[in-house]
Design a protein around this ligand. Structure first.
Ligand code: T4K
Length: 371
């Protein structure tokens, strides 16, 4: 099978090359190519407006804002988190010397189950780090109530939740801080990239120091910061991509509608419906295979699809809690994480992006319905 016949799980949203060239010319003229340049400043402002949040700090990917948020909030000891995510979520704790404590997820959303949090709190717990997985909003009210009761911080890994709103308000307003990923595989990308979203100017200032080695001016270093500065080329690319992200989300919604229409009555296949009051971004379209009812295991379907050139992905299998770094933790057992274990064993994310054609969709659906 030729590469062009393969339908991949995603495909990057990219700006018009001529428009990008214009901006590149300008960057060449300016000769200011990184360190809070012109396009960097424009993009931070434009993103804050688009996302309906007061402050955004750009980062070079979606992992470093997680690491930096934990550092900025001086999180130590134990943090309650989800095993059902990309491994970067838990790695950010590891990089800060923090012990992850895994709690199970909800069957209905794949997000952290607030009912499981209190039992996992110990005197060493300092924060909760949930993930809006697939861009589905966590139960932020229930999580905040628990955080307030025990004096914990909340950092949301919102890598998938670009543009997601609940009742007209950005999901990024929840918690103490939220992080975004602008990786090529995301709804909105800056090639590689990411951001931290915070609620006040003082925090924004501190975060900007931390992503620039801790420099607060020419000669003063206030903390052992990291280098996570975004260059002008990526910022310019990001500005152009922002103009077309709404159209991309609308195209993704059509894909989701077609999948739902075709799969609703297929025995043994479950998927998530839209949630009331939520502006979804359709970043992923996971389906869950009940092998008994469907008559085929998830892996059999997954490899059958691959043979036919339909490259879905098993996001998020295996669970983070099963990787060698984490599996020795008391909270990492399958008995502690029954829902996450089941969902991870059933999931396939179907191809989902703005450029899928009707023909592509019918090819994907044919693999699943011809069982
Ligand atoms: N938190 C969460 C919840 C996350 O999901 C992630 C990242 C992070 C934090 C960390 O954010 P970053 O530091 O990555 O910004 C991908 C991404 O690398 C990763 O960003 C993402 N989550 C994760 C869920 O998926 P892979 O290894 O599965 O991607 P890859 O290279 O296999 O690409 C998948 C498909 O996409 C390819 O088959 C074709 C298409 N593709 C990919 C790339 C890179 C393209 O068409 N063009 C491209 O340039 O990890």
């Amino acid at each position: 099978m030729q590469n062009k016949d393969i339908i991949t799980v995603t495909s990057p949203l990219m700006p018009d090359l001529e428009e990008f060239n214009e901006l590149l010319k300008d960057i060449w003229d300016r000769k200011w190519i990184t360190n809070n340049g012109h396009y960097h400043q424009l993009l931070e402002k434009a993103l804050a407006e688009y996302l309906k949040v007061p402050y955004v700090s750009l980062f070079t990917n979606g992992t470093l804002p997680l690491i930096t948020a934990l550092q900025a909030l001086r999180i130590t000891g134990e943090v309650i988190t989800t095993p059902y995510s990309f491994v970067a979520t838990t790695h950010a704790l590891w990089w800060n010397g923090i012990k992850p404590v895994f709690v199970d997820i909800e069957w209905a959303t794949g997000c952290m189950d607030p009912n499981k949090i209190e039992a996992a709190i110990t005197p060493k717990t300092t924060a909760i780090m949930p993930v809006h997985v697939y861009g589905k909003p966590c139960d932020v009210k229930a999580i905040q109530d628990i955080a307030d009761k025990y004096g914990l911080k909340v950092i949301y890994d919102a890598a998938h939740a670009f543009g997601v709103e609940v009742n007209g308000k950005s999901i990024l307003e929840a918690g103490d801080m939220s992080t975004l990923s602008f990786h090529a595989t995301k709804v909105y990308n800056t090639l590689e990239g990411g951001a931290l979203v915070m609620h006040d100017a003082a925090t924004k200032k501190r975060i900007d120091y931390l992503k620039n080695f801790g420099f607060a001016g020419e000669t003063e270093v206030v903390a052992p910061g990291i280098n996570s500065k975004v260059d002008e080329v990526r910022a310019a690319y990001g500005l152009l991509n922002l103009k077309q992200v709404d159209a991309a989300i609308a195209a993704r919604q059509k894909v989701a509608n077609r999948y739902r229409e075709a799969l609703r009555d297929v025995h043994g296949i479950r998927f998530f419906d839209d949630m009331p009051g939520v502006r979804h971004n359709y970043s992923y379209f996971p389906i869950f295979i009940n092998a008994q009812e469907y008559g085929m295991t998830r892996d059999d379907l997954y490899f059958k699809m691959r043979e036919q050139g339909v490259w879905g992905r098993r996001y998020f299998y295996p669970l983070i809690s099963t990787f060698s770094t984490y599996r020795g933790l008391p909270s990492a057992t399958a008995e502690n994480l029954p829902v996450a274990t089941k969902i991870a064993n059933e999931v396939i994310c179907l191809p989902m992006h703005h450029a899928l054609t009707n023909e592509d969709l019918e090819r994907v659906l044919e693999c699943i319905t011809s069982n």
